[in-house]
Design a protein around this ligand. Structure first.
Ligand code: FAD
Length: 428
């Protein structure tokens, strides 16, 4: 533990990416993970957008334990007793390289931990970092369960709550307005059965998002991802709504979701393998004051780097890229022999030049847009009623499509709240 360049706190994707890059560049690095192994405490939906992160960790993906390449995208708007589904598939999702893959964090992070060790980094599981070592306000190491471990720099990748980020003075506590809670089940199904049930070719996968009445009019939604031999199925609800307005308990909501006729046949006969719950930052970058300080950097969820855009849910790509960029900044700081805040400011510069801060800036307010209840009752109900008018042939003469459309458009557009919602949606 003597002469360390860097200590990384947290064996999630941000911490592992940082430790991997540092060790590969020949720096002496130790990563502490409080769980039994990297990934044992991590949870995700889980689809990883790989395109944005390829340039930062190019050599890893050939042998990574990815589950299925996503070739089919589905979004379902749900009302009581009805739903409308949009499905998209394209050669562009496969070529020139598959843009996204489903993942299971436990095997993925465990494998990544082994890669860190292969390139010379130390991954220490079952070790919680309890405090930061400071000298004249500068971070000079960590305290891990009573043991002082000095290092030139500490990368905090300790996840969404990041108490150590608070101790470092880089961020405040998580504000419930800027977080959601997710509940997830992993359900085992035969590989061939998954392909048959979801109309997939071997190795191909589906990403399916749901919104509407399943969250009883509050901010949130459902997800279903196909893995090689399992499904990841879950629900996410904004924390504020969860604690103050949700008219049902989360497990009950999840059971209702699973019982919906759009979902029940998809999971029928599956065996429950795993149940987990976790927080997700939703605009939590607002509680972060600075991304670096003297001898310390914040990466991944700890820095609030996650975006729910309604159509895309991202956090893992931000975690991987910010971890790799933190490592890059540390490597350059070592070359300068200067780990002060001024020197580590390079981290923010690197983030600004990357998709991480560009996307956070462009889409950082989507959580406010998505927090509006009409997205979960009025619009799904509207879509379902319109679809019913189109598809149903009643007893009398059928109305012309143009007339039905006009009737619905009038109803929607004469409502001043629609215009307010449309105005807000320019943030998406
Ligand atoms: C329900 C849900 C669905 C999601 N869906 C998606 C999705 O489909 N696609 C996507 O890209 N993103 C998704 N996300 C977001 C994504 O999972 C996160 O953004 C990403 O996992 C963040 O990685 P991280 O390394 O920053 O944090 P984490 O994965 O949380 O890792 C932090 C690690 O630090 C460890 N740790 C914490 N404190 C200490 C300490 N004091 N000492 C030692 N170790 C410590 C923890 O045990 C943990 O292993 C989802 C999240 C949730 C909860």
């Amino acid at each position: 533990m003597e002469g360390l360049d860097a200590v990384v706190v947290g064996g999630g994707l941000a911490g592992l990416a940082a430790a991997y890059r540092l060790a590969k560049d020949g720096l002496a690095v130790i990563l502490f993970e409080r769980g039994d192994h990297p990934g044992s405490k991590s949870m995700t939906g889980g689809r990883l957008y790989l395109e944005p992160v390829r340039p930062y960790l190019p050599e890893l993906w050939e042998e990574a334990p990815l589950e299925r390449m996503v070739t089919k995208e589905r979004i379902t708007a749900m009302a009581e007793g009805a739903s409308v589904t949009f499905e998209f598939t394209s050669e562009g999702l496969r070529r020139p390289q598959p843009h996204s893959w489903t993942v299971l964090r436990s095997p993925f992070d465990r494998w990544f931990g082994e890669k860190v060790a292969e390139v010379g980094g130390f991954v220490i599981p079952q070790r919680k970092v309890t405090d930061l070592l400071k000298e004249d306000g500068k971070v000079v190491g960590v305290v891990a369960e009573g043991e002082e471990i000095p290092a030139q720099v500490v990368i905090l990748a300790d996840g969404v709550l990041s108490p150590l980020g608070e101790k470092a003075g880089l961020r405040g506590p998580l504000d419930p307005r800027y977080a959601a809670v997710g509940f997830k089940e992993v359900i085992r199904l035969e590989q061939g059965e998954i392909e048959k049930r979801f109309g997939l070719r071997e190795g191909e996968g589906l990403a399916h998002l749901f919104f509407g009445s399943i969250t009883k009019g509050v901010f949130g939604g459902g997800f279903l991802y196909t893995n090689r031999e399992s499904l990841s199925l879950g629900l996410v609800v904004g924390i504020e709504a969860f604690t103050e307005r949700l008219p049902a308990e989360m497990p009950e909501l999840l059971e209702d979701f699973k019982a919906r006729p759009e979902v029940a046949p998809l999971i029928e006969g599956g065996e429950l393998l795993e149940y987990s719950a976790h927080l997700i930052p939703e605009g939590a970058h607002r509680v972060v004051k600075r991304l670096y300080g003297d001898g310390v950097l914040l990466a991944g969820d700890a820095a609030g780097f996650a975006l729910n855009h309604g159509i895309t849910v991202r956090g893992m790509d931000f975690a991987l890229a910010s971890g790799a960029l933190a490592a890059q900044a540390v490597k350059e700081a070592k070359e300068r022999g200067d780990f002060s805040s001024g020197s580590l400011a390079r981290y923010e510069e690197l983030l600004k030049g990357s998709f991480v801060l560009k996307d956070m800036e462009a889409f950082g307010h989507t959580s406010e847009v998505l927090a509006h209840g009409r997205l979960y009752d009025r619009y799904p109900y509207f879509l379902c009623s319109l679809a019913e008018e189109f598809f149903r042939v009643g007893a009398g003469p059928k109305e012309k499509i143009s007339r039905t459309l006009w009737r619905f458009a009038k109803d929607l557009l004469l409502d001043s709240k629609t215009w307010k919602d449309l105005w807000r949606m320019r943030e998406l």
